[in-house]
Design a protein around this ligand. Structure first.
Ligand SMILES: Nc1nc2c(ncn2[C@@H]2O[C@H](COP(=O)(O)OP(=O)(O)OP(=O)(O)O)[C@@H](O)[C@H]2O)c(=O)[nH]1
Ligand SMILES: [Mg+2]
Length: 308
């Protein structure tokens, strides 16, 4: 009966393929960079610091024959606070909802405990779903390491198709897309073809301000930066008025973000404003404030209030 029904659907099919691709891996391997490279614009923020991505974000790439819905996820790690728990939960949800899984690794290293932890997650939450292994940062791979590194990763997922890629250089991205397309089921166009993300611009603006803060202060203030966008007004077509608060966990961090005579906050604001203006295609007025929320990452309610 079931087979019969499948046959009818196939007979009437359009040949269009689509699906949700969970992009997972340990922190900092380049998942967000890779998705931005595919989409051709920044829809997910990036930093050299692990645990940059904090919640699930979709990046959509549509061609004449396929629609790839990439689900960028926080790096899979062992959580130490409420924020970490919510991040891991997002990655797990993406695995459960996915049609295809793209496991991203940093091929300039041999597999780490973190990579093996990801493999057990894949086993638990993605079961038999098609798996593609994107071995990223190939630009950093020394010639003598190619074979030992690729073989060590392939041994962890013998069933997976794999590809060496460099997200920053754009190497082998279209080849990787072909492999993913092979695994996509037939399906509808879930999103209009010109839509590249389903994250609201208001949220993306907050993310770009967080990225600018990480850019200047990733060493000084490792993880505890949150951003809340209080106002986002695009009603004047020529200029967007945005007001946002950078939340830090310590009084000391507040001083660092503001800097001497406010210089650091000014630099952060300038960089964020440029990125947001780029994204929106209009001028941006950005006013920023800094607030201390002691140990907010450990406070489940605060984490939820921030939308994580
Ligand atoms: N050399 C090199 N660096 C890369 C490549 N892809 C990403 N990076 C860098 O790796 C760092 C982490 O990139 P992200 O895209 O933020 O990594 P992620 O996996 O999304 O990290 P989390 O969100 O923290 O899990 C950034 O400094 C990127 O510029 C690559 O192909 N080659
Ligand atoms: Mg990321």
């Amino acid at each position: 009966m079931y087979h019969h029904w499948r046959c009818i659907v196939n007979a009437e099919s359009t040949g269009f393929k689509s699906g949700f691709i969970a992009v997972v891996g340990r922190p900092n391997v380049g998942k967000s960079t890779l998705i931005n490279a595919v989409i051709g614009q920044k829809i997910a923020i990036v930093s050299p610091k692990p645990q940059t991505t904090r919640r699930l974000q979709r990046g959509i790439h549509t061609t004449a024959h396929e629609q790839f819905v990439f689900c960028d996820t926080p790096g899979i790690h062992r959580p130490r606070h409420a924020l970490g728990k919510s991040m891991l939960a997002d990655a797990i949800q993406a695995l459960r909802d996915a049609d295809v899984v793209l496991w991203v690794t940093d091929i300039s290293y041999m597999p780490t405990g973190g990579d093996r932890n990801v493999v057990s997650r894949l086993r638990m939450d993605a079961g038999e779903k098609p798996l593609v292994l994107g071995m990223n940062k190939s630009d950093r791979l020394r010639a003598g390491d190619v074979l030992p590194h690729t073989e060590a990763f392939r041994a962890l997922a013998p069933q997976a198709a794999w590809m060496l890629v460099s997200a920053t250089r754009g190497d082998n991205i279209s080849e990787l897309l072909e492999q993913l397309a092979d695994e996509l089921p037939e399906g509808p166009r879930y999103y209009p073809e010109d839509q590249v993300t389903d994250t609201r611009m208001r949220e993306l603006a907050g993310e770009l301000l967080r990225e600018a803060t990480l850019y200047y202060l990733q060493k000084e203030i490792p993880h505890g930066v949150g951003v809340e966008v209080e106002a986002f007004d695009e009603s004047d077509g020529a200029v967007a008025r945005i007001s946002a608060t950078i939340e830090v966990e310590r009084e000391r961090h507040k001083g660092i973000v503001i800097g001497k005579r406010g210089e650091m906050l000014k630099r952060i604001g300038t960089r964020a404003r440029r990125e947001i203006a780029n994204m929106l295609g209009v001028k941006v007025h950005l006013s920023t404030h800094v607030k201390v929320c002691k140990d907010w990452r450990y406070d489940r309610q605060h984490v939820a209030r921030m939308g994580y």
